[in-house]
Design a binder for this molecule. Sequence first.
Ligand code: HEM
Length: 474
Amino acid sequence: MAVFSLIFGCACHALWYLFFIVLVAFLGYSLYIKHIHMKYDHIPGPPRNSFFFGHTPTFLREMKAERVVHEKLLEWAQTYGPVYRLNGLHHAMIVVSCPEATKEILMSPKYPKDKFAYKRLFHLFGQRFLGNGMVTAVNHEQWYKQRRIMDPAFSSLYLRGLMSTFNERAERLMDKLADFADCKKETCMLHLVNCVTLDVIAKVAFGVDLDLLKHTDSPFPKAIEVCLEGMMYHVRDAFFQLIPKNWPFVNEVRQACKLLRDTGYRWIQARKTAIQHGEEVPKDILTQIIKSADKEESMGKDDEEFMLDNFVTFFIAGQETTANQLKPTAVNEIVQLPHNPPLPSIYLQVLKETLRLYPTAPGTSREVHEDMVINGIHIPGGVTCFSSYVTSRMDKFFKDPLTFDPDRFHPDAPKPYYCYYPFSLGPRSCLGQNFAQVGSKHTHSHSLATRPQQTLHICSHWGAVLAPCYSPFT
Ligand code: HEM
């Protein structure tokens, strides 16, 4: 009995201590949040929805209603000016649309990508995903090593050699569309363009001929789609995988992620074996990664995983963004230029204008360690965010911003000054920019031949990738 009351007494004490510790931790955390609020509250910004969650509930509401969250950022930029503050728990985020500050921050190698946002893509529901690949690497040294390795594979000279692949894949797309037209069958342009883009990336980056227009049972397009969808939930909702009703989907995402990485592993091994046997291999991205990784001793035993990070990165970064760029372009031309197909020389203008209104990867963020003055406001060091969607739709930067007008990008027109950056800017800007533009231009010029009658509206609200939504054409 005495032993029992001793244990009971100890348990009560322990509970009190626990309660006390939790209370102190809670008060301490609340005070810390208050401190962060006081540090940034002189910066204008929308009222917080709650002390703890800051503006997060607004974002959740927008996403639930399937609205583009960048629209909200635009609305706030118009109300609160070129630099405003947002909060969520103990985080404060500064949203900047001022061209001078955009230039200063994005163009400098001093400011790394924001750890909080990019590290969330290292894994996807526990399965390694983009890891330390080029898009998500936050450490400057680690990123720079990769960029140096990859740059030659995106040189103009190398890209010129890829023309035949771009043309050939565009021809295949046209053949496929012609088949549908002959049979008077409906098809989904979104799916076809995704397949072609994936085909091109697989061929030119990894030397593999997937021919997805023919092999319609390939698991790849679906795996990428599932990974992107998973990425969206993973980034938005930290508790998503804890809810039992989401477990089947979480599992599907893990499998899709694993499929991409396993495939990468097989392709890398096959290429390594070919190199060891002295076979002639294409000088593509895969060879570049393998050769350079072998040389870089500091990469050590993490080589395999690291190469797989980049394998997945290139599939994801190259495929979805480019495919989404192609789709609204065709539609915009149909809407805007019905009787007068644009000459090849203005394709690029059309593509640029498309990315102004529908940037496929609209946001980026940087950690700025030191204090700054932006637009006359003292900004304490912290996370700074940029959105090309926001600046591209502001009438102070673009006259009649919602009008689709490729002439804005006429070679003689004044260049937008740090208010248009669909490929981001500075050292962390898109490595595949030329690749995407060359590829899109080619596929695009072919696609005008058929001119499917479609209507466009942005139906996606994805944080990272805005995807246009199409009605199938007949
Ligand atoms: C229209 C098509 C594309 C658009 C709009 C686009 C846009 C972007 C943007 C905005 C970034 C910066 C992301 C950030 O700050 O987090 C980026 C980075 C990147 N993109 Fe693209 N991209 C496109 C196509 C491609 C293609 C085709 C490839 C490769 C084949 C590619 C490879 C990359 C890589 C490797 C990075 C990381 C660069 C670095 O941090 O050094 N992209 N892209």
